[in-house]
Every structure is written in structure tokens, then in C-alpha cells.
Design a protein around this ligand. Structure first.
Ligand code: DHB
Length: 390
């Protein structure tokens, strides 16, 4: 197979890039090792920055983000038995949207297929070759296990945290800056009305909890847990009691729990994002812990930059934006890394936390919510810094 841009990974990054390139008249082939059903039904995060929503809706990738998605103009930070609202609209005149990632993926897949895009599921990339030539290639096997080679002008690794493209860019599949955390999130979906109008990020002596939502009848909630917790080890009663204790002073509406998962988390940035004619975007380039919901939004910011760079390269034979891509992308990536680390460390209770650590943390939270500058920083970061290149 020959194409202009070979994209490994049909997640938000790969699909949106393919969509934006097609609008500029650039052809791509997108492959993913998963089935369409798996991609469309894997539960992921649900918060989109204002800029992400604008790109999805203005580019025609998803109308439902505005019709089905819900605009949230603030969040609550809860600690020491009290809630404190961070009013995004008043602080920065911006908002976020609650629209689950897999819903955005359904829209992106539908649009790509309706436009006759070459989008192949169940195709597994093995490696990328020829990064430093004019004809980089993706070596893969198709759904029937037959070899498939895609030759392109440019290859994009949008293949997630276990990226195979990474080896061709940074010389190893694990090479990067990273940090592990001694806790994870236990996530549930339950059948109940929302327990609150807005999301609640809660710090408590028992650990962190996040009260999120999915719809009028389905809610998503998380509690900090041991990374090795077996999701089936806790009864519904234990989960509700634990959640309730962590949002001390706020009553949760309970309902049947129908899905449980454990999300391990880490911070990671690949040592290199570009080599010759192969680039990494999204989770292949960086992973953030989930607190603050930056993952998909950061992937979209990478896509905006790489889309501009590939248009200049392939339509005008101008490589300057591409050469600048890593440096430009990394500025936002490290800001988002900091924000995600900060939200995580401010709200979670480490297994070795001392009384000093606990009290300092409450002091930190107080210094954020009681200061307009503190609230504004949180609001700016949460709703998303301006997207460069739009
Ligand atoms: C959700 C996930 C997050 O990581 C977050 O910060 C907010 C919401 C969610 O899945 O709803």
C-alpha cells in the first residue's frame, strides 16, 4: 500500500489528524490493532477542553460534542469537609465539556468511513523502517495475519502508551522521562442520577475521590486505590461507603455499579518526538496521570501542530514547521505534565504520607482556593491554554 501519511493508531490523535489532513487534500491510511468495537466501547476519560471542542465541532468531526456533551463552567475542590467552587467562566471566561472519549471516537470513525477513508482495524504494526529516508514504511500484519507494508511520505505514531513507532523515533520503545505513582484509580460506572451539578475532586484522609458523570442516568466515579487492587475484591456496599467517606459533607446518590476498572498511572515524555519523517503524537509521545483530564486534550494539541507542519511539508515542500514541531509541542506537553502531576500530588494521599504531609497538603489546597490567582491558574490550565497554530 502507498499513501501520503501512514498513521498508526485509530485513537483520538490518529483519527483527528487523518480527518484534518483529508480536509486539506492529503491522503492517509490509518491502522489499529484493535477492533472497531473495542475502540468504540473502551471507557476512557470524559472532559474536553474548550479548544478541543472547538476543533471537533468546527472541523465537522463531531456535532454531538455540543449537542450530547454537557458544558461545565466550574468544578468543586473538596477537602477538610468543605467544597470550594472554581468558577471557570468567571475566572477565565472559558469552560470544559463532559463528553466521553469513546463517544468522540464513534463520531470520528463514522466521519472517516463516510468519507471513504482507508481505515483498517485489526491490523497490527510491528515496526517502522526508513525514518531517515524519503519513503518511511510501516511493517504490519493484517486481520488475517498476512504481512502488510505501508509506504508513505510520512509516518505518524499515534499508537498509544505501548507505541511500536517510538523505537524508530527515540531509538527504544521505553526511552523517555518518567515518573511512577504509588497509587492508582478504581473507576466505576453506576446507574444513578448525578450526585452533583459539577465534578467534585476530593482530598480526604482516606485518599482521593472524583465524582464525575456520564449522563442523567449513568455516573462515573473514581477512588484512589492500591495499584494491585483486584477490582472485584470490594462489594458495592464497601465502594459506596468508601466513596461517601471521601466526600465528607456531601451526600452521594447510590445506584447499581455495573462496571469496575483499575487505572494505573504514570507520567511519561518520550526523549524524542521526531526523527526524519516519523513523528510521535498523543500517548505515544507522552502519558499523564488522569487527575485533571489532560490526556486526550494534549493529544489534540499535538494534532493541531502536526497537521499544520504536514500541510506545509507535503503541499508547499516547506519543512520549517515540522522542524519546529518537537520544541513547540514540548512546551505545552511539559506544562500539562506539571499540571497533571500537581493536581495528582495535591489531591492524593501517598501510602507513606506523614501527618506533616497531610497538613501541608490541606495548606496547599487552602492557598489555591482562597487566592484568586490560585483559582485562576487552576481554571486556565483545566480549561486549556490557547492552542498554538489555530
Ligand atoms: C474524568 C476523568 C478524569 O481524569 C478527570 O480529571 C475528570 C473526569 C471522567 O472520566 O469523567
Amino acid at each position: 500500500v502507498r499513501t501520503q501519511v501512514a498513521i498508526i493508531g485509530a485513537g483520538p490523535a490518529g483519527l483527528l489528524l487523518s480527518h484534518l489532513l483529508a480536509k486539506a487534500g492529503i491522503e492517509s491510511v490509518v491502522i489499529d490493532s484493535r477492533t472497531r468495537d473495542e475502540i468504540e466501547h473502551t471507557i476512557r476519560a470524559g472532559i474536553l477542553e474548550q479548544g478541543t471542542v472547538e476543533i471537533l465541532s468546527e472541523s465537522g468531526a463531531s456535532d454531538r460534542v455540543r449537542t450530547v456533551g454537557n458544558r461545565h463552567e466550574g468544578v468543586e475542590l473538596r477537602f477538610a469537609g468543605e467544597g470550594h467552587r472554581i468558577d471557570f467562566e468567571a475566572l477565565v471566561g472559558r469552560a470544559v465539556w463532559l463528553f466521553p472519549q469513546h463517544e468522540a471516537l464513534k463520531d470520528l470513525i463514522a466521519v472517516r468511513l463516510a468519507e471513504g477513508q482507508d481505515l483498517r482495524f485489526n491490523v497490527t504494526a510491528q515496526r517502522v523502517e526508513g525514518a531517515e529516508t524519503d519513503r518511511p514504511r510501516v511493517i504490519a500484519t493484517d486481520a488475517e495475519g498476512r504481512p502488510l507494508e505501508i509506504e508513505a511520505d510520512f509516518v505518524v505514531g499515534a499508537d498509544g502508551s505501548r507505541s511500536v513507532a517510538r523505537a524508530a523515533v527515540s531509538g527504544s520503545s521505553t526511552g523517555g522521562y518518567f515518573r511512577e505513582y504509588p497509587f492508582a484509580w478504581f473507576g466505576i460506572l453506576c446507574e444513578a442520577p448525578p450526585s452533583s451539578d459539577e465534578l467534585i475532586y476530593s482530598n480526604s484522609p482516606n485518599g482521593f475521590a472524583l465524582i464525575s458523570q456520564r449522563s442523567a442516568t449513568i455516573q462515573r466515579m473514581y477512588l484512589q486505590c492500591d495499584p494491585d487492587l483486584d477490582p472485584n475484591a470490594m462489594s458495592d456496599r464497601q465502594i459506596w461507603d468508601d466513596l461517601q467517606s471521601r466526600v465528607d459533607g456531601h451526600t452521594l446518590i447510590e445506584g447499581p455499579i455495573f462496571q469496575r476498572d483499575v487505572l494505573r498511572f504514570r507520567s511519561f515524555v518520550a526523549h524524542e518526538l521526531l526523527r526524519g519523517r516519523v513523528a510521535l503524537i498523543g500517548d505515544a509521545a507522552h502519558t499523564v496521570p488522569p487527575t485533571g483530564a489532560k490526556g486526550m486534550n494534549l493529544a489534540v494539541a499535538d494534532v493541531v501542530l502536526l497537521n499544520n507542519a504536514l500541510q506545509a511539508l507535503l503541499l508547499d515542500d516547506d519543512s520549517r514547521l515540522l522542524e519546529a514541531f518537537p520544541e513547540t509541542a514540548l512546551k505545552r506537553i511539559w506544562k500539562a505534565q506539571h499540571f497533571s502531576w500537581w493536581m495528582t500530588s495535591m489531591l492524593h494521599v501517598g501510602p507513606d504520607a506523614t501527618d506533616f504531609d497531610r497538613l501541608r497538603q490541606v495548606g496547599e489546597l487552602r492557598s489555591v482556593v482562597e487566592s484568586e490567582a490560585g483559582r485562576r491558574y487552576l481554571a486556565e490550565a483545566y480549561t486549556g491554554w490557547p492552542l498554538e497554530g489555530r
